[in-house]
Design a protein around this ligand. Structure first.
Ligand code: MN
Length: 475
């Protein structure tokens, strides 16, 4: 660390390293690259803004040792600040051991809301959440002017807030509580800035309106921060962790930014991976992403059986890449997919992950249809739900219910000949439904003289109407 008064403060900002046995190769290749890059670039202070680990790690896990080795190496060149991240990823206490591994410079662990000043490579924390004037005067007298004061907001335990604020209010209470703190810290930070001291926030959480690595906008009121609240902390730069996609916001020269995760830990993540190089002079900051050699992933999705020609084209470009192929097929088509052939295509890829979704042959039922008493009522209910005019169908249904196939066919033929249906010699089964010998095949038009009844079933319906009859209704 070579820091003098005139030089801007240069921070290396890493986040969401997610070391774990499963992520070790990706995390360590990317973090290793980033650490070496930060060292040769001469960074003044390094910050890891949470989720150094993916879950609780035993001390003997190789992933834990690898992370410790990288942090130790970094501390040979500059002070390192590690912030407590999400508890499920980084169980409280995980970072404690890192306090012990500083080499030339200390590794400082921020696991409570507070401020900490860096003077000559050493960290000097506030007793409470914000430096008091007396505290700061004592610091100046003992250690001289700090080059930077960090405002640290590690992951907040919602359970503690829930107990205090009531469960229903806990989600928004986190935001309100943090916003109040940031405003209070902002008063102090503005004073520090006026004395030429760089002010930097570090936190781990979700900014309302940010975008995830899957391109999903995070909008709602249960997120930790509003972007405006972060700017109210009056920090020159605000270093965030938690969201795995790099993004930043700027206001009057001050910047809030996520570097995103150090590597690509999941399929379908969009955007580059890297770490941020921050250049800070009091009142002005820039953050630039330095890309890490994150693995390349390719995702192909098919709605139906995979297209082998399309897959062959993808495979030709996917040597050494991580490939995920997904498809969705109906149960009756599942045997159309040749998994072995697909695996053979991607033999040169680093990984092939196959996710087949088979839709079971379940027919969705029309709501309320089971409560209809008769078949005719069920038909009309189905018509209501599907937007189909069931009038003509109801007429045919009546025929089907009362006549055998031969009688219906005979009737149609009679109509075709334009002759009235003959009076049957013996009363057929349907005669009581169609009194006085009226043809059941005639279109019922009350009191309107007609010269010829429309031949039922032979009126060519418009083509679009026909589609729903011939198509698979549940396809
Ligand atoms: Mn994370």
């Amino acid at each position: 660390m070579m820091l003098n008064e005139s030089e801007p403060l240069w921070l290396a900002h890493f986040s969401d390293l997610h070391y774990s046995p499963g992520n070790l190769a990706e995390a360590d290749r990317c973090f290793g690259f980033a650490v070496e890059n930060a060292i040769v670039s001469g960074c003044h202070v390094a910050v890891v803004s949470g989720d150094s680990t993916d879950h609780g790690l035993d001390a003997h896990t190789p992933a834990f040792g690898s992370l410790a080795r990288r942090i130790h190496r970094l501390s040979g060149y500059c002070p390192v600040l590690m912030l407590q991240g999400t508890f499920s990823h980084e169980p409280p206490g995980t970072l404690d051991v890192f306090r012990l591994i500083g080499a030339q410079y200390p590794v400082y662990v921020a696991d409570r809301i507070h401020q900490v000043a860096v003077c000559d490579g050493a960290f000097h924390p506030s007793g409470g959440p914000i430096f008091t004037d007396a505290e700061f005067d004592a610091l100046l007298a003992q250690h001289g002017m700090p080059k930077v004061v960090f405002t640290c907001v590690p992951t907040v335990n919602k359970a503690v807030l829930a107990a205090a604020a009531g469960v229903a209010n806990a989600a928004t209470a986190v935001g309100d509580h943090l916003a109040s703190y940031l405003v209070a810290a902002g008063t102090m930070n503005a004073r520090l800035r006026s004395r030429g001291i760089a002010t930097v926030g570090v936190s781990h959480g979700t900014v309302n309106g940010c975008q995830t690595e899957h391109g999903v906008p995070m909008a709602g009121f249960d997120h930790e921060f509003r972007i405006g609240a972060l700017f109210e902390a009056e920090c020159d730069g605000f270093l965030l962790g938690h969201i795995h996609r790099a993004q930043q916001w700027e206001r009057e020269g001050r910047v809030v930014a996520y570097p995103g995760s150090i590597g690509r830990f999941h399929y379908g993540e969009i955007g580059a991976k890297g770490y941020l190089q921050w250049d800070i002079v009091p009142g002005r900051a820039t953050a630039q992403l330095v890309e890490t050699p994150a693995r390349e992933t390719v995702c192909v999705d098919f709605d139906g059986p995979p297209d082998m020609d399309a897959l062959a084209a993808v495979a030709a470009e996917a040597a050494d890449k991580f490939v995920r192929v997904r498809w969705t097929v109906n149960e009756e088509h599942r045997q159309l997919v040749d998994r072995d052939a697909i695996m053979a295509l991607f033999g040169k890829s680093a990984e092939l992950k196959i996710e087949a979704r088979v839709l079971p042959a379940v027919r969705s039922r029309a709501e309320g249809i089971s409560r209809a008493a008769s078949l005719l009522e069920k038909l009309s209910r189905w018509g209501e739900l599907t937007g189909v005019a069931t009038g003509p169908l109801a007429e045919r249904l009546a025929l089907l219910e009362s006549l055998d196939a031969q009688s219906i066919a005979d009737g149609v033929l009679e109509q075709l000949r334009g002759m009235p249906a003959p009076e049957p010699a013996e009363s057929p089964a349907w005669s009581e439904d169609f009194p006085s010998g009226a043809s059941p095949f005639a279109t019922p038009v009350d009191d309107v003289p007609t010269t010829r009844a429309e031949p039922l079933g032979l009126t060519p319906p418009a083509a679009p109407q026909m589609e729903w009859l011939t198509d698979d209704l549940f396809a």
